[in-house]
Write a protein that binds this ligand. Sequence first.
Ligand SMILES: [Zn+2]
Length: 112
Amino acid sequence: MQLIIGIVAGGLISWIISHQYYKKSSIKVPPWAEEIIGRLPEVPPTKQKLLELFQDALTDGEVQIHPVLGIVACPDCKSPISEFREKAFGDDRVTIASITCPHCGWHQSVEV
Ligand SMILES: [Zn+2]
């Protein structure tokens, strides 16, 4: 009898734990996100389409390439380069540009 009670109780406890994790993993879409999700394409864009979109953004000036580093966003947090903080220092022979992302602290020093 105790064996049966133990099996039933164990099963019940397992079900309760599984049910709680299932409820946690079920994501309910908030109303504000439904419109955004509705605009997403049915299939992922191809690499060619992404390149076209990127080139259009470059041509229109929506995306800019950093003149020294040749990047369009922070390598770590993807913030736009327009938000970078830059300082230049050096002497008559060498000029060093210190470039920092204010959002994540990413930093690069380059001789220019
Ligand atoms: Zn960053």
